[in-house]
Design a protein around this ligand. Structure first.
Ligand code: ADP
Ligand code: MG
Length: 159
């Protein structure tokens, strides 16, 4: 696995980092976002949608569990499992879109569906180190190297 990290000191910068990632997506990627409440996950998804060229409004899918945003020829699926205690039918829906090469799947609070998430995914962990400071840590297998602009550190020689 490769690891790369950066610091954001405002919601706008977090959105810009997400936007940069959005411009690099090709379809078929799965991105898991990990943080406490208010860590910046949904803000980051707003940037991803912009980077993909979507003009749709991005809001937290906490109550609807999933939302989708139209981009050119790809669809961005945004899941939030915060309120779900049983994966059930939503896990089935998730599995279906994970296997769609024209879909990009972003997941908040994905622990409950961990077993349906592919090993080859990008995980972004947000750590709040101050009111407006967020450390963003990207972990991903080598085959997703095209998603990251900067040189990453190889933290594990086995992909
Ligand atoms: P989550 O989806 O992880 O619960 P949100 O993106 O919904 O988080 O909310 C993040 C909150 O933290 C927003 O109120 C935002 O204004 C605030 N915030 C402060 N600094 C940052 C930052 N550097 N990056 C992202 N959000 C920030
Ligand atoms: Mg959120």
């Amino acid at each position: 696995m490769l690891s790369w990290q950066t610091i954001s000191n405002s919601p706008e910068i977090t959105e810009t980092i997400g936007q940069e990632l959005g411009t690099r997506l090709r379809g078929g990627e799965v991105i898991e976002l990990v943080s406490d409440l208010g860590g910046g996950k949904t803000t980051f998804v707003r940037g991803i949608a912009r980077g993909l060229g979507s003009h749709d409004a991005v809001a937290s899918p906490t109550f609807t569990i999933s939302r989708q945003y139209r981009t050119g020829e790809l669809t961005l699926y945004h899941f939030d499992f915060y309120r779900l205690s049983e994966p059930g039918i939503v896990a089935a829906e998730l599995t279906e879109v994970i296997n769609d090469p024209k879909a990009i799947v972003v997941i908040e609070w994905g622990e409950i569906v961990e077993n349906v998430l592919p090993v080859d995914r990008l995980t972004v962990t947000f750590q709040s180190t101050g009111e407006t400071i967020r450390q963003l840590i990207f972990n991903y297998p080598r085959k997703l190297n095209y998603l990251i602009a900067k040189e990453a550190e190889d933290v594990n020689s086995v992909d």
